[in-house]
Design a protein around this ligand. Structure first.
Ligand SMILES: [Zn+2]
Length: 361
């Protein structure tokens, strides 16, 4: 079976899986499009990829009867494929309210609600649709969601919203109710293998990743990448999971790696703290992680000083005969849940109970 679904005589729509969405859009005439769609379904099954291909289909200049299909050769297609089409505006992940002063720009910086409001007011570049893709849509605050609410309720003419999420319950009901929902199912093993083979993965690895992926090609890809993880990557992944309240296994903790790993964790805590005190643009020790760290809630200065002290203690402990996994577990307890938004609770209460836990040890 070819991954290319033919739509029309010469047009293609290269998506594996997404049967329901393909069925829906392949029968839909462009004039019957709703102003917004919500793609729901498990993580890593191709919702964002589908949204991008649909955007390309809608902008492609080749004449066609239905919504799906593009030729891949017209000027619009080329711009979309290079991710440079000014009528495709993509925002991935939690949207922040943003700075009032900043100017709307393309690429690089992540889009804020205020950038998007400006984008919504612009005219179409190519004279057709303007397509807004909100991948893994989420809002960092009520303010950020409210700023965009009226555009979800009544977007300007010729704007199409493509919103994807694995957790539709997190979206405001007012936003969700305005979108036409299309469900994406988990991928079969064969489909995951097919996608990975097309990406150049070897048949043996593709088969193994498809097994581990359990319906998600992203999870399959992550499993392949994990094989090649460096110590730093492992520690970083562990750190973010821990501060978000998880209890991952500290696979990085061995006698040889312990000190270096603790130094990496210190770097992350220092950057997190620096970003909270000095704000965006502050020089960071791990600049490649700036955007991930920026997504964490504020870290209080007192907490960061305390944690850095505990990490220095842990480094001293690492030079003794204590089992590495025990040192890792101690560090995990100090960091646990610091990156979870406090919601209704005050952050100081959470850290106070943590302090209590530590004092009883
Ligand atoms: Zn085209």
């Amino acid at each position: 079976m070819s991954p290319k679904t033919k739509s029309g005589p010469e047009l293609e729509f290269a998506i594996v899986g997404a049967d329901e969405a393909k069925r829906y859009f392949s029968k839909l005439r462009p004039q019957d499009l709703a102003h917004g769609y919500l793609f729901t379904g498990p993580y890593g099954v191709g919702k964002k990829t589908f949204a991008r291909r649909l955007a390309q289909s809608l902008l492609c200049e080749a004449p066609k009867e239905h919504a799906l299909g593009y030729d891949g050769t017209c000027p619009n297609c080329r711009l979309v494929e290079k991710k440079m089409h000014p009528d495709v505006i993509e925002s991935i992940g939690a949207i922040k309210i943003g700075d009032d002063e900043r100017r709307a720009g393309f690429g690089g910086e992540e889009m804020t609600s205020r950038d998007l409001v400006r984008q919504f007011s612009l005219q179409s570049y190519a004279g057709g649709y303007r397509i807004f893709i909100f991948g893994d849509a989420d809002f960092a605050s009520h303010e950020a969601a409210n700023a965009l609410l009226k555009f979800f309720e009544e977007p300007p003419a010729s704007v199409i919203l493509l919103v994807t999420t694995a957790t539709p319950g997190r979206l405001l009901p007012t936003i969700r109710s305005r979108l036409c929902e299309v469900h994406f199912s988990a991928l079969s093993r064969t489909q995951i293998e097919q996608i990975l083979l097309a990406e150049g993965v070897s048949p043996t690895e593709a088969r193994e990743a498809a097994r581990i992926g359990q319906g998600s090609v992203s999870r399959g890809r992550a499993a392949l990448a994990a094989d090649e993880d460096t110590l730093r990557d492992q520690v970083i992944a562990w750190f973010f999971e821990v501060v978000r309240g998880g209890s991952p296994e500290a696979i990085w903790a061995s006698r040889e790696t312990l000190e270096e790993a603790l130094e990496t964790i210190k770097t992350l805590v220092r950057d997190w703290s620096a970003l909270c005190i000095a704000g965006k643009g502050t020089p960071m020790l791990a600049p490649d992680l700036a955007s991930s760290i920026a997504k964490l809630p504020p870290l209080e200065a007192a907490d960061s000083a305390r944690i850095l002290m505990r990490l220095t203690d842990a480094q001293k402990l690492a030079r003794t005969n204590v089992t590495p996994s025990i040192v890792a577990e101690l560090v995990r307890m100090h960091l646990s849940g610091l990156g979870v938004s406090s919601g209704g609770k005050t952050p100081s209460r959470r850290t106070a109970s943590q302090r209590q836990l530590q004092d009883t040890r």
